[in-house]
Design a binder for this molecule. Sequence first.
Ligand code: IPD
Ligand code: CA
Ligand code: CA
Length: 270
Amino acid sequence: MYIDKSELLGTAFRAAMLAGDVILKNIGNISEKDIDIKQASDFVTYVDRESEKIIIQTIKSKYPQHHFFTEESLKEEGSGEYRWIIDPLDGTTNYIHSYPVFSLSIALEFNREIILGLIYDPLRDDLFTAETGGGAFLNGKPIEISTATDLANSLIATGFPFRKKELIDEYLSLFKNIFGRVCDIRRAGSAALDLAYIACGRCEGFFELALSPWDIAAGSLLIKEAGGIVTDFGGGKDYLSTGNIVAASPFLHGALLNEVKGVFEGIIDR
Ligand code: IPD
Ligand code: CA
Ligand code: CA
């Protein structure tokens, strides 16, 4: 069944506002007893779970037949046409420390293609949205990728590979090579926001490895709809399944990808 994209986005918006409230209300309230460790350096709190519950409930009450692929609770294979991919709190480590950089991310697949993306930063009340063929928006205003053409003037975002610490030497040589060519590098701690910031030109490029689909599903659509390019480490389209991602404007993506390949070719090829 085909559903109008603006109706779907309206539902995602309502879910994001309700979850954003939960996130805002609980800042500064996280103590050690509220933190569960999923794996080394990977945490979950009652806020992640609450936020996810509200998002799922809001969407399910409107579309009971839809499938879900969410960070904390539901990993449905999605034989149905519509599947929502949800990160209820991106930047949990920041959130635990009251470090004010975090977001939530909601994407929707239709027959395995991402057709809608929403990233919400409740602290700044920044709402990023995109739908296939409809452009990308920040708080309802159209956004575009940066027009910078020179890496030397570029601000690049990244994330450290804390789930793949065995690759730290390769990551650090890539960091060094890129750092030598760009204006500066940021590690803010929310991959979804990193991608949203590229879409609206707040920074020029992004690279990170071993992310999950819920970190990048919405952000990758935002960037494409804002005129940018998103690939895996080999320059292909497998970033959602591999979690290895290079994103930038068409002017800079080739240069950034070459740096990534220069270090990771033969180690990570997609
Ligand atoms: C994390 C953030 C972080 C990235 C991690 C992600 P989470 O998401 O996006 O920037 O470096 O790899 O896991 O765990 O806070 O949802
Ligand atoms: Ca995440
Ligand atoms: Ca999360």
